[in-house]
Design a protein around this ligand. Structure first.
Ligand code: HGY
Ligand code: MN
Ligand code: MN
Ligand code: MN
Length: 403
């Protein structure tokens, strides 16, 4: 089946009528449905499917008795941000399936195992930790910390994993799993306007800029909205709001910086309740890491002054951090030979390929997104570009696996 027809087939799964677009938190019914669909499609292609100790699905195209080492791996994720688009994640998985089908149909037989990999919780929408599956496998995320994290309903990752057949006691670094990947290629919908401006359907990824998430907590005194005089309040919403404005100003002052507050959680969150606490989630990105931390420091210092001025307290925790990741130059060179007209693009979005890059040669392909918009229902790719992307991926996989 072509990649575009697979995307069409999946288009009803995980729609979010309230927010628009798709909401597929990891291991939600929608994401589980996609995972199950993936397993069925992989088996239809004759791939051997296994789920590892970190909830990562592997679908192997290899012969009986062939050692699972030096594999050419490709894939992405099936979870989404709240109210996200159809393509971020699934496009890479669908294109991997389509690419294997194209290779099989052409009569090609790989000399190295080819494996499709599906990572859980890439977006970090449920537990706040992006690229959780790949990070656990690579050991860049602490298993103890991750397993104790709670989602909005107080459900821990340990419980969620346990209910889905993943033994929490076995979650954690898996050097053997990483070692068997000889090269990793992640295809992804582009999340900006690079390819639109260049009038090309497919790009080769060069790097991912450094990025991280911080949680700023403001604490005051929860109280009654009607009986508490303005002069008697310790309302943490006030320094939180002023901090959000300060984030924007501070980021504008640093060329190349991107800083976002996309999630604010008042506790307890009632319209007639002065909050007792407010969590402000800060996402900061910069290609030059030496500019990133000082910007975060400036914001948090400012936040603490604003909290004191409102008779509140503030604290900050770093929830996740991904250094700038440069993709493998040898792989990029090979991709360029196979796809001579594909431009090289850097991206501000995080990916499992960025987590794997320090451990195994990794690189990416991007498919044109005419809207230039992502993490939104408006994220888009034309059918023709989707199929061109899958074809490009097949050429890359054939080149790599024929050695
Ligand atoms: O870039 C992100 O926000 C996520 O890792 N996809
Ligand atoms: Mn995303
Ligand atoms: Mn993604
Ligand atoms: Mn991403």
């Amino acid at each position: 089946m072509t990649a575009s027809s697979m995307m069409a087939r999946l288009s009803g799964i995980g729609r979010d009528p309230k927010r628009g677009g798709y909401s597929r938190p990891v291991f939600s019914p929608a994401e589980l449905e996609l995972r199950e669909w993936f397993v069925g499609e992989a088996q239809r292609l004759g791939l051997d499917v296994e789920t590892d100790r970190n909830g990562i699905i592997w679908a192997w195209w290899d012969g009986p008795g062939r050692a699972r080492e030096n594999a050419v791996a490709t894939g992405s994720h099936l979870d989404s941000v709240p109210g996200g688009g159809a393509f971020d994640g699934p496009l890479g998985v669908v294109s991997a399936l389509a690419a294997v089908e194209l290779m099989q149909a052409s009569g090609f037989r790989p000399n190295r195992p080819v494996v499709i990999v599906v990572f859980p919780e890439e977006e970090g929408s449920r537990y706040g930790l992006p690229c959780l599956g790949s990070g656990l496998m690579a050991g860049t995320v602490s298993a103890d910390r991750a397993l104790a994290l709670k989602d909005e309903n107080g459900d821990t990752l340990a419980d969620l994993f346990g209910r889905n057949g993943i033994d929490p006691d076995r979650v954690g670094p898996d050097a053997k799993a990483v070692e068997r990947i000889g090269a990793f290629v992640e295809l992804h919908v582009e999340q900006g306007r690079g390819l639109v401006d260049l009038s090309e359907p497919v790009a080769i990824g060069r790097s991912i800029i450094g990025h991280g998430r911080w949680k700023l907590r403001f604490e005051g005194q929860g109280n009654h909205a009607g009986t508490t005089l303005m002069s008697d309040r310790r309302d943490p919403m006030i320094p939180a709001a002023r901090t959000i404005l300060a984030v924007q100003e501070a980021a504008w002052a640093v060329p190349g910086a991107r800083a976002t507050v996309g999630k604010v959680t008042p506790v307890p969150g009632g319209s007639n309740v002065i909050a007792s606490a407010v969590d402000v989630w800060l996402d900061v990105r910069h290609a030059d890491e030496s500019a990133l931390q000082p910007l975060v420091d400036e914001i948090t210092a400012h936040a603490s002054g604003l909290a004191r001025a409102a008779a509140c307290r503030s604290s900050v925790s770093r929830e996740s951090y991904s250094p700038t990741a440069a993709f493998d130059t040898d792989l990029i060179q090979r991709f360029t030979k196979v796809l001579p007209s594909a431009p090289l693009l850097d991206t501000g979005a995080g990916h499992d390929a960025g987590v794997l890059a320090p451990f195994t040669p990794s690189a990416m392909l991007f498919v044109r997104n005419p809207s230039g918009i992502s993490h939104s229902p408006e994220e888009y790719a034309e059918d023709a570009d989707v199929d061109t992307g899958a074809h490009a991926l097949a050429l890359i996989l054939m080149d790599l696996s024929s050695e």
